[in-house]
Ligand binder design. Structure first.
Ligand SMILES: [Cu+2]
Length: 460
């Protein structure tokens, strides 16, 4: 069978909706399949080589390979890509094989792996294989262990996948720019014994952060801390896949962090244990129950739990600003400020002016604000009971009975059994004791400095 046909066969088995394009005519290079949609591909079951239980990549896919004289050969192409961050917003990023993050690479402990890396970026690059045991010259640190991969050239990495576990790949060349542009990917080395640490569902994704001004497409690569898009696999809620699992499945979720800050990832309704890091599987006697795993920069965590509680369970970063989409973070807090009479005056000068947040920010979740093109509302998504008021690093673990073995389709909203949903008290209202309200600012005799339009600081 020709290599082309072998890839098409694999594609039919595992790459639903993927756009497969042959980009190399030379027989010596494996094809570099690309994918241009952000849908979650079904698990890619191996059609050759050692058997394993494949992972699923949130809003992503796994890269097909070819066997060549005992070597498992992959072809990554570093290139500019368009990633849909969520319906309504595209980002112009750099990635691999048509997407950011790049495809997940799945191999088996003991595999001899050869990865061809073609550079179609406008500048040189390299790939570092985070966490791997490998010959020093295959570690991908540009200038230290290899020359950079020049524009238009293809380099080859070869090593044995010695240690099973959870890994990632990213450039070690102009890292600040290339990672801010979205260049990263997941790597799983499965154990040689498919029964070792067996789970029913194994999800993987990378944490990302981007600074894309409302109305624009390209990240500001010099931003150090003040990002406005916090992503799971370069998607924000409501664009992130739910993690659909069968009732009583043993579930593993593997997360890697290539952002500039830590992310405490929190699961509702279940306790989990950290069973693995990028350094390997944790010793069972070292594990303790958690509901939040803090994932530091450059770290990976594999957490596991039995999904024995039915429902739609929130799964999100616990930094509340990371479950929001773009907004001006320099918007003043307006809670408690009385706007009566002011809005009309301002509107004479600025017709679109809106009062924001004088009762809190919840109004934003249902408000239809005029937004620049290619900009997402900052709190969004509607559930069966109303606005969800979330964006960014937020999704749900949906635990359902009666799903087929490899069914990852969104089952819709959970149907709560009667009598199990929080409800309004409709008896007699109790007399409420309340703290006295804060006095008006004028009564406190504090002096507020206000900058007038003329530029003078005046006293009021
Ligand atoms: Cu976070």
């Amino acid at each position: 069978m020709s290599e082309r046909r072998r890839f098409l066969t694999q594609s039919a088995a595992g790459l639903l909706g993927a756009a497969l394009v042959s980009r190399v005519g030379a027989a010596s290079l494996p094809e570099a399949p690309i994918r241009t949609t952000p849908d979650m591909a079904p698990p890619l079951f191996p059609s050759n080589g050692r058997p394993y239980n494949p992972v699923v990549t949130l809003n992503g896919w796994s890269l097909p390979w070819r066997m060549n004289n005992g070597w498992k050969e992959f072809h990554l192409v570093a290139e500019p890509v368009v990633r849909q961050i969520a319906p309504g917003m595209d980002a112009h990023l750099w990635g691999y094989n048509g997407q950011s993050p790049g495809p997940t690479i799945e191999v088996v402990e003991g595999d001899k792996v050869r990865i061809f890396v073609t550079n179609k970026l406008p500048e040189h690059t390299s790939i570092h294989w985070h966490g791997q045991r490998l010959p020093n010259g295959m570690d991908g640190v540009g200038g230290v262990t290899q020359p950079h991969i020049p524009v238009g050239k293809t380099f080859v990495y070869e090593f044995e996948a010695k240690r099973p576990g959870t890994f990632m790949y990213h450039p070690h060349a102009d890292e600040m720019t290339q990672m801010a542009m979205g260049m990263m990917g997941f790597w799983v080395t499965h154990p040689r014994d498919p029964k070792f640490m067996r789970v029913d569902r194994d999800f993987v994704f990378l944490l990302g952060a981007f600074d894309i001004d409302p109305g624009s497409f390209t990240p500001r690569v010099n931003t150090m801390l003040d990002f406005n898009l916090f992503t799971f696999n370069t998607r924000v809620f409501p664009g992130i896949d739910p993690l659909v699992v069968r009732h009583n499945d043993r579930v593993r979720i593997r997360v890697g962090n290539l952002t500039m800050t830590n992310h405490p990832i929190h699961l509702h309704g279940h306790e989990f244990e950290v069973t693995g890091t990028d350094g390997g599987w944790t010793n069972p006697s070292s594990r303790w129950p958690e509901v939040t795993a803090d994932i530091a920069v450059g770290q990976m965590r594999a957490v596991e739990f039995i999904a024995d509680e039915l429902g739609d369970w929130a799964f999100h970063c616990h930094k509340s600003h990371h479950t929001m989409n773009p907004m001006g973070h320099d918007v003043p807090t307006m809670i408690g400020v009385d706007h009566r009479g002011v809005v009309e005056k301002i509107r004479r000068l600025v017709p679109e002016y809106m009062v924001m947040g004088e009762r809190g920010m919840a109004d934003m979740g249902s408000m239809e604000m005029p937004l620049p093109d290619n900009t997402l509302p900052m709190m969004t998504g509607t559930g069966q009971y109303g606005p969800i008021e979330m964006g960014g690093m937020f999704t749900m673990v949906k635990v359902r009975q009666g799903l087929a073995r490899d069914d990852y389709k969104d089952p819709g909203w959970y149907k709560h059994p009667p009598g199990t949903v929080a409800y309004e008290w409709t008896g007699q209202a109790p007399a409420v004791q309340q703290a006295p309200p804060a006095p008006p600012a004028a009564a406190t005799k504090r002096v507020l400095k206000v900058r007038k339009p003329g530029g003078h600081a005046g006293h009021h």
